[in-house]
Design a protein around this ligand. Structure first.
Ligand code: A3P
Ligand code: MG
Ligand code: MG
Length: 386
């Protein structure tokens, strides 16, 4: 994508602070409803099915999260995948149901997580690309920026003598190892005891995923979000015949997370800040339960805790340190999405930027024509045909 040719006048700014201006009862929220889904297999190939869906089965405790690091099959995320799979999944759904998915904004859940947590994450930084097509704003992460950010963070950590990139790789592995130790590939009664007990020696990989595509709403914005779901609590209900594809509701999804076991007041504050991200991520896709695997500093998994997603903001307010407020996050997001709807209109490509500690999010045009690489020709061709 070409470098920004912006002039100062063309930058639209959305103020973040003071965050109290977004306080009060929360804006209307539409409960997320899955209307389609897809899987990536162990080679990260797209399949329009549930083949990579996993089922939660508690891990044994304690467990060593470091074991198997040398054989980790890590997805190469250096190539830009744009929103290609999400578009394909929506297109296939439209082709099979002969309906068009109407919404104001379509993106990966991760983009909305960044926006939802912005009011209380002073150091967050992001760049996204956006384009408008047939009345919908499509948003992707600016992949080149993310890659540059990682290189810079690595360099800074080395200079400060902070966490080395080797340790960071290991810490990131712990999350995937926890997923491997906590899931099985089918419902409980169809998986053998040997397979359950053998999970400790299973190869850990992060190429396969099950992705849920939901319609939801925040304030006046209708959204379509796609995101990975780690597991299902019991089983995914079959669609009711009268609902056709639309009936896959009320699935008891589970988000798996690891965190360091807090042992001081300072640790509790750190964990509460982490809870903001856990909550935002799960709330957006309608994942009702989060299983936290607590570990020590050496990556030994020592205990489990089940959290109800919807109770997290209330607990932070009532018994926590009040480091964040869920209503402010939701109201901020509702107002920001309205701002995007009025800014990103007509032809071209826009960039949405937040710099660390910046008091605002900036949106400016980087291309006057076309859709950059955000939309695929497969999707555009399909949409111009119907
Ligand atoms: P944890 O969140 O338990 O650390 P997710 O929780 O979103 O399903 O992601 C699964 C795991 O991917 C994470 O587990 C973490 O190990 C890794 N991961 C996700 N985002 C990451 C990031 N920005 N940097 C490093 N690792 C990340
Ligand atoms: Mg996940
Ligand atoms: Mg997870």
């Amino acid at each position: 994508m070409a470098s920004p040719k912006q002039s100062q006048e063309s930058v639209a700014t959305f103020g973040i602070r003071p965050v109290e201006r977004f306080s009060g009862g929360s804006s209307a929220i539409k409960r997320p409803r899955e209307f389609t889904h897809f899987s990536y297999d162990s080679e990260h190939v797209f399949h329009p099915d549930v083949s990579s869906l996993k089922y939660y089965y508690p891990p044994s405790l304690p467990s060593d999260l470091c074991a198997g690091f040398s054989t980790f099959q890590k997805h190469d995320d250096s190539t830009d995948e744009h929103i290609t799979s999400l578009l394909r999944s929506v297109m296939l759904h439209e082709q099979s149901t002969r309906t068009r998915t109407n919404c104001d904004i379509l993106t990966w859940r991760g983009m909305l997580t960044k926006i939802l947590t912005t009011p209380f994450d002073r150091f967050s930084e992001f760049e996204m690309n956006a384009t408008c097509f047939q009345g919908t704003i499509f948003i992707e992460e600016n992949h080149a920026y993310k890659v540059g950010q990682r290189i810079q963070q690595d360099r800074e950590a080395r200079q400060r003598g902070g966490v080395s990139s080797e340790r960071q790789d290991m810490m990131s592995f712990w999350g995937y190892k926890f997923e491997t130790l906590s899931t099985i590939p089918d419902v409980w009664d169809k998986v053998s005891r040997d397979a359950i007990e053998g999970r400790e020696s299973d190869i850990v990989e992060n190429k396969s995923q099950y992705c849920s595509v939901v319609s939801t709403g925040i304030g006046g914005a209708k959204l379509v979000l796609g995101g990975e779901v780690d597991a299902v609590w019991d089983r995914k209900p079959d669609p009711r015949p009268e609902d056709g594809q639309e009936g896959i509701q009320g699935t008891r999804w589970v988000e798996l997370k690891t965190a360091e076991q807090p042992s001081s007041d300072k640790d509790m504050v750190k964990f509460e800040r982490k809870l903001l991200k856990f909550w935002a991520q799960s709330f957006l896709l309608g994942v009702p339960k989060i299983i936290v695997g607590f570990r020590n500093k050496d990556g030994m998994l020592v205990s489990l805790e089940e959290l109800e997603t919807q109770s997290i903001p209330g607990n932070v307010r009532r018994v926590g340190k009040r480091t964040w407020d869920g209503n402010i996050c939701i109201n901020f997001t509702a107002a920001f999405l309205e701002f995007l709807k009025s800014t990103i209109r007509g032809e071209g490509v826009w960039r949405i930027c937040r710099r660390p500690q910046s008091p605002s999010i900036e949106v400016f045009k980087v291309e006057n024509k076309g859709h950059g690489e955000i939309l695929t020709s497969e999707f555009i061709n399909w949409r111009t045909k119907i």
